[in-house]
Ligand binder design. Structure first.
Ligand SMILES: CC(C)(COP(=O)(O)OP(=O)(O)OC[C@H]1O[C@@H](n2cnc3c(N)ncnc32)[C@H](O)[C@@H]1OP(=O)(O)O)[C@@H](O)C(=O)NCCC(=O)NCCSC(=O)CC(=O)O
Length: 360
């Protein structure tokens, strides 16, 4: 039986800032931040790159990153409908925490998870961290009878915030703070458990060869520095269709006779012009990335509406963004097609692809 998402919640920070770039260029109108004017006034080292600031950033994120995750996770657990003690596994992804015991333990304590909960921390995976966490949760749920996995992604630009300079101004214009949480299980259903939102049918991870230089993060005395090459949107566009074809080829579903079969057409076809039969959960890494995917897959404009909405309202929240897109999709007013695809990208360049299905 495939793993399913039983609950899915996103949570932004309370402090909202309007975009520094024109919305029609960046696709971003608003972003949300933990940092306030008051905090910055008290900590000039956070914007003066000449001053050492790593200690301040590590101390602030140690508290703030798990707390932001807690807001999203508590809502997801409430929606799921079972006691917190029934969570058996926790997968936490962030690029914003730099100490041990790691942020997953702090989150487990804040939520009151059982001491026997099996925790995994994914660190510095960047924007594909959310996709990787969901994929790992799928494996855990499908291979441990009765498991219920809490996925939490919490991202804060506090670790990289600084006065923009020529090398990183695009990143400073893109990234925002936010957290998302999902509860995942693979039947049999428990009493009171919310019915699944999305079935996770198959998942693949692909690394585009020789693109290590294109995206990266590095911890230094002044916080986390990041690098975004101008070629990233093109590289993603050139490789995304093959990743999708691989993900759909590896998808096997139960047929009516209790056997196993690949998903029905169009998912099993070669995809040309037929990707419009699916619903789409795409990490909105930036406006040109969505434009390129739209073009390569020949998608109707509304297919990426959930991704563009999240980009416009929150910016790129790295690994947490994909949970916002899933949350936006499941809240949509019109019913989704039965089959869908999830895509997330990050350093590597790594592409996470997942075949999703709306349970009928
Ligand atoms: C910055 C933009 C809003 C600008 O859009 P515009 O429509 O104005 O036009 P454009 O793309 O032609 O770019 C305008 C000018 O910015 C420059 N420019 C564009 N991208 C750049 C980059 N990454 N680094 C340095 N300069 C860059 C162009 O060369 C050009 O310069 P000139 O005017 O001199 O010719 C957009 O390009 C954008 O959103 N780019 C970021 C996409 C991206 O890489 N996302 C990945 C995020 S990371 C992620 O999601 C994964 C992860 O982090 O893990």
């Amino acid at each position: 039986m495939h793993a399913c998402m039983h609950a899915c919640f996103s949570n932004e920070q309370l402090n909202c800032t309007y975009s520094v770039l024109p919305g029609e260029k960046s696709g971003i109108e608003r972003r949300h931040f933990h940092l306030t004017e008051e905090t910055l006034a008290a900590h000039p080292e956070l914007f003066d790159r000449e001053l050492p600031s790593l200690d301040t950033r590590v101390d602030m994120t140690a508290d703030a990153v798990p707390k932001l995750a807690q807001c999203a996770a508590a809502k997801a657990i409430a929606e799921w409908g079972r006691p917190t003690a029934d969570i058996t596994h926790l997968v936490f992804s962030t690029y914003s925490a730099c100490q041990a015991p790691t942020a997953d333990l702090r989150l487990a304590t804040l939520l009151g998870l059982r001491p026997t909960v099996s925790r995994t921390m994914l660190s510095l995976h960047g924007c594909y961290g959310g996709g990787r966490a969901l994929s790992l949760a799928k494996e855990l749920a499908e291979n441990n009878r009765g498991a219920r996995v809490l996925v939490a992604c919490s991202e804060m630009t506090l670790v990289c915030f600084g006065a923009p300079d020529g090398g990183n101004i695009v990143g400073h214009a893109l990234f925002g703070d936010g957290a998302g949480a999902v509860v995942i299980g693979a039947g049999p259903f428990l009493d009171g458990e919310r019915r699944p939102i999305f079935e996770m049918v198959s998942a693949t991870q692909t690394t585009i060869p020789r693109t290590e230089h294109a995206l990266g993060m590095r911890v230094s005395g002044g916080g986390v520095d990041f690098h975004l090459a101008i070629q990233v949107p093109t590289l993603v566009g050139q490789n995304v269709e093959q990743c999708l074809l691989d993900a759909f080829r590896s998808a096997i579903v139960d047929d009516d006779d209790g056997g196993a079969a690949p998903p029905p057409s169009p998912c099993s076809g070669n995809g040309n012009g037929r990707w419009n039969d699916l619903f789409w959960a795409v990490h909105p890494g930036g406006r040109p990335i969505l434009d390129n995917i739209n073009k390569v897959l020949m998608l109707e404009p509304e297919k990426l509406a959930a991704s563009r909405h999240v980009l416009r309202e929150y910016g790129n929240m790295s690994g947490a963004t994909i949970v916002f897109v899933l949350d936006e999709l499941r809240r949509g007013r019109s019913p989704l097609p039965e089959w869908g695809a999830l895509l997330a990208f990050g350093p590597g360049i790594t592409i996470e692809a997942m075949v999703l299905r709306c349970p009928r």
